[in-house]
Design a protein around this ligand. Structure first.
Ligand code: S3P
Length: 168
């Protein structure tokens, strides 16, 4: 029997990587960023993968990475903003030893945090703000459905980590 994993879920800019890093120090657990895991395997950035092969190909890599990471023991995983909007990935992580934590952040804060960001291929478009808002509202019910625990992630990273530890 291995130790449980903590799977961080939420929209782009919800703080999954920041919280994952801090929580890993607080809890003494390893931290794995799913996007970085894919980038390392493919030797390409997520942006390059989208540009060269398209989103559908990226989603296949993401599903495979989710399967691999769901089998780990005692790690914290930051998923991508799209990962847990696919039921197959939710099912992958619902294998008894993964706790899915939603970092819940209002759309206005997400918009502020993503201002000027060029690393999210889905938002590299002229109607960025509108596309982001629509995607956010479409995804929120899916995240809520996937989550075992929901925390308010508009607070400071330290407070968010404390809230997660309390809720676990
Ligand atoms: C995506 C979010 C990104 C990355 C890819 C697709 C999404 O991760 O996986 O660009 O569909 O929301 P972050 O949430 O870490 O930005």
């Amino acid at each position: 029997m291995g130790r449980n994993n903590i799977i961080l879920c939420g929209f782009m800019g919800s703080g999954k990587s920041t919280i994952g890093n801090l929580l890993s120090k607080k809890m003494g657990m390893a931290f794995i960023d799913l996007d970085k895991y894919i980038e390392k395997k493919e030797q390409k950035t997520v942006t390059q993968i989208f540009e060269e092969h398209g989103e559908a190909y990226f989603r296949q890599l993401e599903k495979q990475a989710a399967k691999e990471l769901s089998q780990k023991n005692g790690v914290i995983v930051a998923t991508g903003g799209g990962t847990l909007t696919f039921q197959e990935n939710v099912d992958t992580f619902r294998n008894g030893k993964n706790k899915i934590v939603l970092l819940d952040v209002p759309v206005e804060i997400v918009a502020q945090r993503l201002q000027g960001d060029t690393t999210r291929p889905l938002l590299n478009r002229s109607d960025k703000e509108q596309a982001m808002t629509e995607l956010y509202h479409r995804r929120l019910p899916l995240y809520r459905n996937a989550a075992d625990i929901i925390v308010d992630a508009s607070n400071s990273p330290l407070k968010v980590c404390m809230d997660i530890m309390d809720a676990l």
